[in-house]
Design a protein around this ligand. Structure first.
Ligand SMILES: Nc1ncnc2c1ncn2[C@@H]1O[C@H](COP(=O)(O)OP(=O)(O)OP(=O)(O)O)[C@@H](O)[C@H]1O
Ligand SMILES: [Mg+2]
Length: 225
């Protein structure tokens, strides 16, 4: 039997996505969703988190750029009402903004503790870039990123990190340090802006290397061009 076949996978349940990655995200791995502004990093991560919680998993969603209230409202507009899931203890929002000023290591420990307390199987950190911005030097950023990776891996928590790229920006060391990289990009034809998705890498997975179109509504999906 192929090693990949025995890997435990967390289904994203996003239409069109699991088939591109042998059934889902490898459990216990650290996955990066990178992209420019407004490419759908939050929408994609939130859909995966919502779907997992609806399917019975306990999810922790750490938000830095949007407050918990703002995130709840935006998700509801997307048809993802997380409030009932929060009441059931299946979906916990941690507002990282509230932890501002704390040591970076404290932030990560808080998230790991919150995930353990809620018996979480999926942690989303939206975004890791916001956390890294608190570092003063490139060296500090790399060291912090390495410690985030090592501590999450040691706990076996399946994690989705989002990373913000400046327009036209390239993925930095975050891409080397994580187990998978999914890239979301805006592009234009003559009349409109569109969004595409590609898996750049996914360790242990025979994944698609094709660009897919991102469909934002009425149901979030990825589909073949
Ligand atoms: N309620 C909605 N209905 C339709 N489309 C929406 C809705 N909410 C968001 N979108 C679309 O999804 C896009 C991506 O939003 P999202 O917030 O996920 O991007 P992001 O990559 O997380 O951006 P940022 O870099 O600001 O964090 C928006 O620019 C918009 O086009
Ligand atoms: Mg976002």
């Amino acid at each position: 039997m192929k090693a990949a076949a025995v890997m435990q996978r967390l289904k994203t349940r996003v239409e069109g996505l699991d088939d591109l990655m042998e059934g889902g995200l490898v459990r216990g791995d650290i996955h990066l969703v990178a992209g420019g502004p407004g490419t759908g990093k939050t929408v994609l991560s939130a859909n995966i988190a919502y779907n997992a919680a609806t399917a019975g998993e306990n999810v922790v969603y750490a938000t830095f750029e949007e407050s918990a209230e703002y995130l709840r409202r935006n998700l509801k507009l997307l048809g993802l009402d997380v409030v009932p899931l929060e009441k059931e203890g299946k979906f916990s929002i941690v507002d990282l903004e509230a932890l501002k000023g704390q040591q970076l290591e404290t932030n990560i420990s808080t998230l790991i503790q919150a995930t353990k307390d809620s018996k979480g199987t999926l942690l989303v950190i939206d975004s890791v870039t916001a956390l890294l911005l608190a570092c003063e030097t490139q060296f500090e950023m790399r060291t912090f990123m390495k410690s985030v990776y090592t501590s999450l891996k040691a706990e076996g928590i399946t994690t989705i990190l989002t990373a913000s790229l400046a327009n036209g920006g390239k993925i930095g060391f975050e891409g080397f340090m994580t187990d998978s990289v999914m890239l979301m990009e805006n592009w234009e034809d003559e009349v409109q802006m569109k969004t595409r998705f590609v898996i750049l890498k996914m360790r242990g997975t025979n994944h698609s290397k094709r660009y897919h179109s991102v469909v934002f509504g009425p149901k979030f999906a990825v589909s073949r061009f």
